[in-house]
Structures are given as structure tokens and as C-alpha cells.
Ligand binder design. Structure first.
Ligand code: GLA
Ligand code: ZN
Length: 668
């Protein structure tokens, strides 16, 4: 987060929908906010229908009244443009605002985030209400930023979108020849003779064996259209309040919009974190790290988490005692400057009436959740601005790319179990559990500040990326890559001359074939020079070395004895190739060797299930410890001296961290 735009306190609070409540309830809620030290709310996210009951007729008085109360109480707020839920009169009067789904069905009014992102009428009315809000509220004392709409993500297949898609393609590829070449339309006789023959890829023209090249461009187009739709409102808000951040909240970890394109158009990343009870703790940690990457490593906002259970999971588990606190600190530890929640008060009816909230249907304050929030609120207040805008400063980068994600999972073959996020997570875990700080890097990022780069399944080689990677290794960097690397260009056209395509020389290998293992099938690799074997699954590349040295070979099947892990010296650096999804025990061992050689150290040594990260700012270093385990753990400061920001205690040497507890230390 840009220092100029950020606050000097941790934002604590979240979504508030007071248009559902009477005055008395709002006063009670504000009293709860004060008691729990909630300092920030987001509103009125879905209130377009109430703010503009008919076209051009605005009723802002009710909102003025609530904002007066919030201002009087000294609370901060993000004002949300309410444009993710258009009023029914808008859909009725201008049916063009309603989207068409992939089956070609024109949808009717009902759901939220249910509009055509390319509808001019939608944009016109959205800009109009954004203008009114900006004019009316820009000087409000409590206003700390603008939250545009809510969780974009509608794919539309209407005629308007189709026409715009054609223009988008014309603009991107200029000529039909170029488009035919990029889409390789000669396959299955799909040659296009005019741009107006391009169809949006829907069920009307396909049976789910879509040409990935067309799909990829359509997904890029929808991302660009969503950016336009966002900017249509954002530019108005920015012009009215240049010193306040403008952004939207990203739905969970959304695949269908390229966040690495969207977020750079915003002042900060803001995302909604709803981990599943079954998620390994490293999974939300990884998502936080990816969110931090979207604005080049700057801090970001967690805009929503659930204060307790969700309602939309099959089994909506309660948050266990202490879990909200650990989740809050996990966000802060990975780079968030906020801990915001959906929602402040549980709605009385509707789809989300059973979703957890700070204030439940009981309306009581003697509840477990309010007790936990009150404790957390006190702590966050004490932490003040000690790490706001602090950065991770990692030596390790993991490449992550939305286009690559799409392309891999659009592939028909080599396996139906293709899951980019799962594979990236597998390669992330060793660092995470080893207490190493990791940055995620998008393909466009400058690589030179990293010592080690891991690029799991870098299937799509966008223009210039291979050269960047080569330079990185040539100049002394260490690269780790895997199966499914270097296959295709940005239009999903395979690269001739054997995989990993333009990186063959860097790895000193060539891949001849790739075997797909059944879901329950296991092969093994045998480490050269030791008697250890490790399990491997998923995919097995059958490869040959040219200049690389073999570190491990397959144990089973007809490719027994062929290389499974190789290393190649290239320039001043080294490139490791892992040809199969090998179990973590092996990665732990291999990474350990690589990190030692590259002189990368963990943030700190710990015992037990403790998560450790650091945030650095102006020469100061704050280290976060979260004990996720049921047993006590310990840390060892190895001669350094720290001060606890929560208890003021000075800590040197070893120190216990009780089961489930958290510590935030400042290096002295
Ligand atoms: C999303 C939305 C919220 C709410 C929550 C429920 O993140 O932004 O409006 O629906 O989910 O978990
Ligand atoms: Zn549309």
C-alpha cells in the first residue's frame, strides 16, 4: 500500500449493511463497535435500489444519517459504490444490462453481480451514482477510501459482448490472417473469413471441447472489460478524492479474472479470504503471498473474512476458539494492513442469514465471538502502525500466472487432474514449513532481486519470459522448474523442438514423452548416491540429458532408470528440473541443499507448528509467530534481541509460544 494513501492504524471491522436496520439497532451496533475497538466499516455495498429508487431520483438522506452517526462515533469507513446489485427498474427498463449465460440464456433480474459488464447503459447509470456519491461524500471525515462494486466476476455472452470481443481481437491481432494463425483455425476447418464470424465461445457453438486459444482470448477480453467497468467508476472517485485509495474486493482467489492485470489498475489489492476448514494452513498463507505480489510486494487489505461460520459451505464449521485471531494475524503477517470481516451484524433473512457475524441474531454482547473480537481489537490497537506498509523482502520467488493457470486447465490432456493451484502449493509448502519468506512473482516481474526462483508448471511462455529466465540463471540465479514447462506460446500453440521449449539449454535436457499416472498410482524416484527412494505421482516426464547432471532416476515402470531430477550449470547459475510430482520429503531435502548453496536463510528457527514471517519498514523488522498447533512450540532468536509488541517483554534466546498463541516481535 502506498504510504500516502494508507492509514496509521490497522483497519479492524468490515461489511456493515445498516440499511437493513432501524435507528435503535444502529446505535446498539455502534456501541458494540466501540466496545470491540472496531474502527472501520464498509457500506453500502448492495444499496443501489434504496439509493436510486427510480432513474435519476436519489435518496441519500438515510445514508447521510448513518454516516453522521459513524462520524460522530469517530469511525472510519470505506464507501462502496452499490453497483454490484442493480435495481430492478434498471433491468426492466433497459434489458441490455442483463447478462446472457454460457448456455445462451438471457438472464432475468434477481441475483447480485448479474449484469453485462459491457453494457453501456449499466456503465452510464453506474457512473451516475458514483458521481453523486463522490460529490456528496468526498469531504466526510470518516471516509478512508472507495470500494468499487463487489467481487466482479460475471462472464457474459450477449451480442454486445460478442461485438466488443470482435473489436478487441481486431485491435489485438490487426489482421484476419494473424488471427487465423494465432488461433490455428486450420485445425478442424475453422478458418475465419471476416471478423464478424468470430463467436464468443459458448454452448451454442461448442460442446465443451473449446479451442483453448479462443477461450484464452475470451478470458483476457472479459478481464479487460471488467477493468473498464471498474475504471468507469474508479476514475470518478479518484478525481474527487485523489488522496484516498480506490479499489475493489477480489472474490476469494478468483481464477476467471486475471488479477495480475486488474489490481495494477487499483490503488491496492483488497481480497476476501474464506478458507475451508479442511485447508492446510499453508494454503491461505500462499494466497496472501500471491495477493501481496499483485502490487509488486506492497501491503494490501483483507476486506472480508468470516468472524465465525460461513453459510455456503456444505458443512459450516464454527471457527474454533482462537481461530479468528490466528487468521487475522496470518493476514497481517503476510502483508495485510487490515483485518476486516463480512459481516458486522447477521442479516435477519435472505440467502446469508446463517452466515457468521460479529453481532449474531441474539443481539447479545456476552458471546464468544464478541469476547474474542474485543481481545483482538485491543491487541490491534496496541500494535498501532508498527508494521503498516512493511514489506517481506524475500530472496525466493515463485512464479504464478493467471494466463498460465487458464491455459493449463483448458488443456485436453495429459491428465484430467490438472490443478495449477495445487501444484504451486506443493512447491510452496517446503518454503512455508521451513520458515522461508516467499514472494510470488508474475511473469512480468523483474527477477534480478531474487536468489532462487521456482516456476511450477510454467507451461505458457509469454514473449520475453524465456530470455528473462535465461538471464537470471546466467547471472548466478538458481532456477527450479517442473514437468509441464515450456510447452506453448501465449496463444497455446506448442513449441517445436522438444519441451521445455526455449529453456532446453538452460536445463540441459529434452523431454521426449510424458506419462500420466492414475489418481491412485505411484511411481518412485531413487536419489543418486544414496539409498533413499521417494514417491512420485501425477505426471512423469521421460527425458534425456544433454548437459545436465542426473540427481535422481525413476524406480518403476518401463522408464525405470531414466532421469527424474536433473541439475544443469548455466552461466554463473544453476537450473534444476523436477520431472515428476515428487513427495515433500524429497523437496525438503532438495530445497535445503539449494537454499544453503544460495545463502538464503529462514526468517527464524522454530519448534512446533509455528508460522513465521517478517515485515520490514525503514530499517525496522517486525516478526510474526503464529502457533497453529495443539502443542506448545518454541523459538530461538540466536543471540538477537526482540521486544514483544503485545506484552512489551524483551525476548532473547529461546522462548516458548503456547499452543494456539501468537507473538509479534520487534527486532531491537
Ligand atoms: C462474499 C461477498 C459478501 C458475502 C460473503 C459471504 O465475499 O463479498 O457480500 O456474500 O461472500 O461469505
Ligand atoms: Zn454482455
Amino acid at each position: 500500500m502506498d504510504k500516502e494513501l494508507s492509514r496509521s492504524f490497522i483497519l479492524f471491522g468490515g461489511d456493515y449493511n445498516p440499511d437493513q436496520w432501524d435507528d435503535e439497532t444502529i446505535d446498539q451496533d455502534i456501541a458494540v463497535f466501540k466496545k470491540t475497538r472496531i474502527n472501520t466499516v464498509t457500506l453500502p455495498v448492495f444499496s443501489w435500489a434504496k439509493l436510486e429508487p427510480s432513474e435519476g431520483v436519489y435518496e441519500f438522506e438515510w445514508l447521510d444519517h448513518i454516516l453522521d452517526k459513524l462520524d460522530e462515533a469517530g469511525l472510519s469507513y470505506f464507501l462502496a459504490t452499490p453497483t454490484s446489485a442493480q435495481p430492478s427498474w434498471l433491468s426492466k427498463k433497459y434489458p441490455e444490462v442483463l447478462p446472457v449465460d454460457i448456455a445462451g440464456r438471457k438472464r432475468t433480474h434477481g441475483m447480485r453481480v448479474f449484469f453485462c459488464i459491457n453494457s453501456n447503459k449499466f456503465r452510464e447509470r453506474a457512473a451516475a451514482i458514483a458521481t453523486k456519491m463522490a460529490e456528496r461524500y468526498k469531504d466526510r471525515p470518516g471516509l478512508i477510501g472507495w470500494h468499487v462494486a463487489n467481487e466482479y466476476g460475471t462472464y457474459c455472452y450477449c451480442d454486445n459482448c460478442q461485438n466488443k470481443f470482435r473489436s478487441w481481437l481486431k485491435n489485438r491481432y490487426k489482421t484476419l490472417d494473424e488471427l487465423n494463425t494465432r488461433w490455428h483455425t486450420c485445425f478442424w476447418g475453422k478458418t475465419l473469413y471476416d471478423f464478424d464470424e468470430v463467436m464468443v465461445p459458448s454452448e451454442l457453438n461448442d460442446d465443451y471441447r473449446f479451442n483453448p486459444a479462443v477461450q484464452l482470448d475470451y478470458m483476457r477480453f472479459i478481464t479487460d472489460s471488467t477493468i473498464e467497468c471498474y475504471e468507469n467508476e474508479a476514475r470518478i472517485l479518484k478525481a474527487a478524492t485523489p488522496k484516498l485509495p480506490v479499489f475493489t474486493n477480489i472474490s476469494g482467489f478468483i481464477k476467471k479474472l486475471d488479477q495480475s492485470k486488474m489490481v495494477p489498475c487499483m490503488d491496492t489489492a483488497g481480497w476476501d479470504n474464506y478458507p475451508w476448514p479442511t485447508d492446510e494452513r499453508s494454503f491461505p498463507a500462499m494466497k496472501h503471498d500471491i495477493m501481496r505480489a499483485l502490487k509488486g510486494g506492497e501491503s494490501y487489505y483483507v476486506m472480508e473474512q468470516s468472524p465465525n461460520q460461513q453459510n455456503w459451505q456444505p458443512y459450516n464449521k464454527l471457527k474454533r476458539p482462537g481461530e479468528v485471531r490466528r487468521l487475522a494475524y496470518q493476514g497481517l503477517a503476510h502483508g495485510s494492513d487490515s483485518s476486516l470481516y463480512f459481516q458486522m451484524r447477521q442479516s435477519v433473512a435472505g440467502q446469508e442469514k446463517f452466515h457468521g457475524a460479529v453481532i449474531s441474531h441474539s443481539g447479545r454482547t456476552d458471546t464468544r465471538i464478541i469476547r474474542e473480537f474485543t481481545e483482538l481489537g485491543k491487541e490491534l490497537e496496541k500494535l498501532g502502525d508498527s508494521f503498516i506498509c512493511g514489506k517481506a523482502n524475500s530472496d525466493i520467488g515463485i512464479m504464478f500466472d493467471w494466463n498460465n493457470w487458464w491455459a493449463l486447465e483448458l488443456c485436453s490432456g495429459p491428465t484430467k487432474d490438472m490443478d495449477y493451484l495445487r501444484e504451486v502449493h506443493n512447491f510452496y509448502k517446503t518454503f512455508y514449513y521451513g520458515n522461508y519468506s516467499v514472494d510470488f512473482i508474475i511473469q512480468e516481474t523483474d527477477l534480478s532481486k531474487y536468489k532462487v526462483i521456482v516456476a511450477p508448471m510454467l507451461y505458457m511462455m509469454k514473449e520475453g519470459v524465456a530470455e528473462k529466465i535465461k538471464n537470471f540463471v546466467e547471472n548466478g540465479g538458481t532456477l527450479v522448474a517442473t514437468y509441464m514447462t515450456g510447452y506453448a506460446d501465449e496463444n497455446d500453440r506448442c513449441i517445436f523442438g522438444a519441451y521445455p521449449g526455449p529453456l532446453r539449454d538452460v536445463f540441459g535436457i529434452w523431454v521426449e514423452e510424458t506419462d500420466a499416472l492414475f489418481a491412485d498410482e505411484v511411481n518412485h524416484i531413487h536419489e543418486n548416491g544414496s539409498d533413499r527412494t521417494f514417491e512420485c505421482r501425477f505426471l512423469c516426464d521421460l527425458l534425456h540429458t544433454t548437459t545436465a547432471e542426473v540427481k535422481a532416476v525413476y524406480e518403476d515402470d518401463f522408464y525405470k532408470g531414466m532421469p527424474a531430477v536433473t541439475v544443469n550449470s548455466y552461466g554463473k547459475g544453476k537450473a534444476y528440473y523436477i520431472a515428476t510430482a515428487v513427495e515433500r520429503a524429497y523437496l525438503d531435502k532438495l530445497y535445503c541443499e539449494i537454499l544453503k548453496e544460495s545463502e538464503v536463510s529462514p526468517v527464524m528457527d522454530t519448534q512446533g507448528e509455528i508460522e513465521v514471517t517478517a515485515r520490514n519498514r525503514d530499517g525496522e523488522r517486525i516478526v510474526f509467530f503464529i502457533n497453529h498447533g495443539k502443542e506448545d512450540g518454541a523459538i530461538d532468536t540466536r543471540g538477537d534481541k526482540y521486544q514483544s509488541l503485545l506484552t512489551d517483554e524483551i525476548i532473547e534466546g529461546t522462548r516458548k509460544i503456547p499452543a494456539g498463541d501468537v507473538m509479534v516481535l520487534k527486532k531491537l
